[in-house]
Ligand binder design. Structure first.
Ligand code: IYR
Length: 226
């Protein structure tokens, strides 16, 4: 098919595989991604900056509403800043565990063994504060409406987590609530809402994870095929 529109280009770089190859690739991706476990026991060993940069570039390829790419990733490695993030997060978490969370919520969390103490926010070498740009800032100070913001940022975050895992790094999606303290620490404007604080690094020696987290639903339980 030829197109005359100056807005269009030929699909670049698509690769079509045989069915056998597709099945093998899909199964191998599943085998790779199923090994990912959410970790809270991080080593303090630094990670190569290039790995983080490449994973962020992968995240930045995510589809987004009107291709507005309504995200910002603040990469924190500075020890003092990590300490401030920990202080901000633990203050919110103390409120959460001492009354803000309903008994029902605390019961759902019990198998994870979490509490208000978040030492990993200082131990892990990298924290990535992910912000959702609720609206864009125009050069004249005006606002530009953004579309499908949570969907877009969620997809980009998924790409980032998968890319970091693929590179051999462990992650934790951490969401102290509310997270507005991250705006101040990262110097981000009010138009941006903290979305997830991603903790990144190597597992500590002998790191443990909750048994609960490894139990995933079988396909029939979470899909329907019509
Ligand atoms: N943000 C709290 C609580 C928490 C909530 C859920 I839902 C989790 O899956 C895990 C933790 C904390 O990090 O402890």
């Amino acid at each position: 098919m030829t197109t005359q529109s100056p807005l269009m280009e030929k699909l670049p770089d698509y690769r079509r595989y045989s069915e056998a190859e597709m099945i093998a690739r899909a199964e191998s991706f599943y085998a790779e991604i199923r090994r990912r476990r959410t970790l809270r026991d991080f080593s303090d060993q630094p990670v190569p900056r290039e790995v983080i940069a490449a994973a962020l570039l992968a995240a930045g390829t995510a589809p987004s509403g009107a291709n507005q790419q309504p995200w910002h990733f603040c990469v924190i490695t500075d020890a003092e800043l990590k300490r401030s993030v920990r202080e901000g997060a633990e203050a919110e978490e103390r409120e959460f565990y001492n009354g803000r969370a309903s008994p029902e919520w605390l019961e759902a969390l019990a198998p994870l063994g979490t509490d208000a103490n978040k030492p990993f926010l200082e131990t892990a070498p990298v924290l990535i504060a992910i912000f959702a740009q609720r609206w864009g800032e125009l050069p004249d100070g005006g606002k530009r409406k953004h579309y499908y913001v949570p969907e877009s940022v969620g997809i980009a975050t998924g790409f980032l987590i998968a890319a970091l895992h693929h590179a051999g790094l462990a992650t934790l999606t951490h969401t102290p609530s509310p997270m507005n303290f991250l705006n101040k620490l990262c110097g981000r404007p009010e138009s941006e809402k903290p979305y997830i604080l991603l903790v990144v690094g190597y597992p500590a020696d002998g790191a443990e994870v909750p048994v609960h987290g490894g139990i995933k639903k079988p396909l029939e339980q979470f899909t329907s095929w019509k």
